[in-house]
Structure formats: structure tokens, C-alpha cells
Ligand binder design. Sequence first.
Ligand SMILES: *Cc1c(COP(=O)(O)O)cnc(C)c1O
Length: 462
Amino acid sequence: MNAITNHLPTAELQALDVAHHMHPFSTQNDFNDTGARVITQAKGVTLTDSEGAQILDAMAGLWCVNIGYGREELADVAARQMRELPYYNTFFKTTHVPVIALSAKLAELAPGDLNHVFYAGSGSEANDTNMRLVRHYWSAKGKPSKTIFISRKNAYHGSTMAGASLGGMVPMHQQGSLPIPDVHHINQPNWWAEGGDMSPEEFGLQRAQELEEAILELGEDRVAAFIAEPIQGAGGVIVPPETYWPEIQRICDKYEILLIADEVICGFGRTGNWFGSQTVGIKPHIMSIAKGLSSGYAPIGGSIVCDEVAEVVAATEFNHGYTYSGHPVACAVALENLRIIEEENIIGHVRDDVAPYLKEKWEALADHPLVGEAKIVGMMGSIALTPNKETRAPFAADTGTVGYKCREHCFGNNLVMRHVGDRMIISPPLVMTRDEVDTLIERATRALDLTFEQIKAEDLYK
Ligand SMILES: *Cc1c(COP(=O)(O)O)cnc(C)c1O
């Protein structure tokens, strides 16, 4: 691949960037001096920056580039679709071929009677749709008082008003008067941080039963739905104890509330099945999708809805939709992405080959003096950094201080591994090879070693 050289020198790009580009989830002034890293190209699992550094992307962008970078087929399909029909809407009794084909394909891939798709431009928008759709559904069924969504602390459901409200991120709620009314958060099944003296099994059961307590307290006639990620992603790749999801399913079945699985990360092979719901054994009424749906090559999201909900809504006018709902280019790109995942058996590669290999190496990181637990499901994993594995103690510094240092050492060693507080997380492209796993583990280990040395020197390891 030829390097792109017809751009401005890095320093000039960086100066223009800080002058005119507002970065999401960043303290902009932190990089006024250093500038942001400019990524210019990518292929497979590897990014190239404007200085020519080759960086292993163990986050698949933002959890989304499932089939890896640089697949020409997606570029070809996008160009062809732009020439044929770059845009048309699906409001007012019109439709088009890519949206029909993608919807039929998603209905085939999604489990059970999840047969209907409402499109959005992103995962956040999909969850906005879910909030309006579910409330409208209950109202259309003659139960307009069922408006409350139960979600979880430290959940991530996006950054729009509804998405951030459904999410349980305190720093997000602190900005912009969130959450909006009628969103209730229960505790998360994060045993490492919150399990105390309980066994993971007891703890998982107890945290699931908080859903039942919340329903009884708020009133079954008030609760519309429970929403959760099968495995929390942005919250730190929190893998719930085995006892958690069966109990949640039991409670959702017992009371008349809808179960919404936010599959934005877990969907499309990430956990070794098409959907995370299949991996954790649940039967949602609605699934939110985005990210891996197009492997990030085009912005697209949506809600896959079960027969019953879709039928009730179909009898009414649902006053909701986005200009880019079912955008033809995005749909064509998503469809081609699904074709590649299916025909190249990428989920089989995850399940039977690369994920078991990665799991073995990843779990061995727990032997490092800085690492408490190492958790992984399919191609999403996390390690908890701690000064004391036995007591699961935090560091004698603000949460995230050590995680951030480790992330900087990762970047310094040409590895993108993120931190959430003092947990390090990965979510690499699903097409990763065993050799690339070895490189990932090598660089991660080096970053852990450097972090360990640094915090001992700074007297933070005690
Ligand atoms: C990323 C994410 C979202 C939001 O998707 P955007 O495309 O960023 O709006 C929603 N839910 C989950 C679980 C996510 O990881």
C-alpha cells in the first residue's frame, strides 16, 4: 500500500485540528500543545499515522471494524450504489432495493421472531427510537402509563439525550440535565468492583433481583422495558456472573415488560455468535444494532423488533424517523459486510480459532503483578489493574490514574488498548490472526511492565 503523502505536514494538520475541530469525549485543551495523533490509513488490524507509525488497533476503531480495515469490496459497493441511487427516503410509502435486501437479511440472521427493522444513523439514535417506539407500543395497547425504562449504572447506550439517559455514566448525566424523566437505574453486575465478600454466583443473582425489586417498587403498570448490553462494553467490558442473565430473563418473563438487548457492540460476531443475546442465552423483544453492522465503513444503526411489537405499531402512525433511516449507500455497505462475515465464516474463525487462542493468552495476563482478574468473551476482553489481587483493592490515586498511564504506554508501544478507570479493555477486529494476537499480547505485556515500573517509582503501588 502506498502511503498518502499529499497532505499537510503533521504539525500543520494538528494545529488546524485543535483550532477548528471539537473532539468528542475529550478535554480539548489537553492536546493544544501536543496535537492529536493523525491516522491516515489502515489495513487489516493495523493503523498508519501521518508519521508512518504502524499501530495495532486492538479496539477495532470504536468496537466497530469487525471485518478489519481496507476491504475493497465495501468501497466498490458504496461507489456503485452512489452512482445508481445515492439517496432516497423511506417515508411516505416509498422504499428501495438496498433497504429491502438488508432488512430481509437481518430478519434471517436475528434469532426467533425478531423480523422487523427500523433504521437509524447510529446506535444512539437506535436507542432514541427504542424509547419512543416502546412507549408508543404500550400506549397503542391501551397501557399509556407504562413509560419507565429500567437500565443499569455504568451502562453505555449512546450520547444523545435518550441514549445518555438510558446509559448509566455519571459524568455524562452531570452535563445537560440528564437523565430525562422516567429512566431508572439499578446496579450493574460488576463483581470485581462491587461484589464484596459474595461469590460471583451469589452476587450475579442478587444484582439481577434488583430488577424485580425495581419493578415491584415502581409498579408493573409503570414499567415499559429493561434495557442492557449482553456484556457491558464501554463500562469496562464487564462480563456478568453466569447466574445473572437467566435470572433477568425469568423476571422479564414474569412481569409484563419488554427486554431490549443493546447489541451495538455484542452484535455481528463479537462474542462468537451473530448476537450477544445468543451467547448469554436471552430472548429480547428488541435489539439495538450499529457498529459491526457495517464494520464502521458507513454510519448506520437500527432496532430489530419482534413480531408482536411490530404488529401493534403497524396499526398506528408512528411519528418518528430520520432523514437517513435506511440510507441506500449505508444499507448496501452493511449488506456487503454481512455477506463477507457469512461467506468467510468470520464468526466460525472467532468461535473455533482466534477467540480460544486469545482467551488463553489474555487470561495468562492475570499472572502479571499489576493484574487482578482477566475476563474475555469472544473478542472483547478486560483486565483489572490493582495493587492487591487478594483484596481487589483500588490504587491510592484517583480512579483511572494508573489505567491512563498504561494506555499511554500502550500507545507508545504502537498498540491501541483503552482504559476505563483502572480496567484495560480490548475489542480487536474479528479477522485477527494468531500471529497478531501474539503481537497484541507482547505489546500489552510490555505496557504493563512499563506501567508497573512507573507506578512503583511514583509510590502508587502499595
Ligand atoms: C457505541 C454504543 C452505542 C452508541 O452508538 P453510536 O453509534 O456511537 O451512537 C450504543 N450502545 C452501545 C452498547 C454502544 O457500545
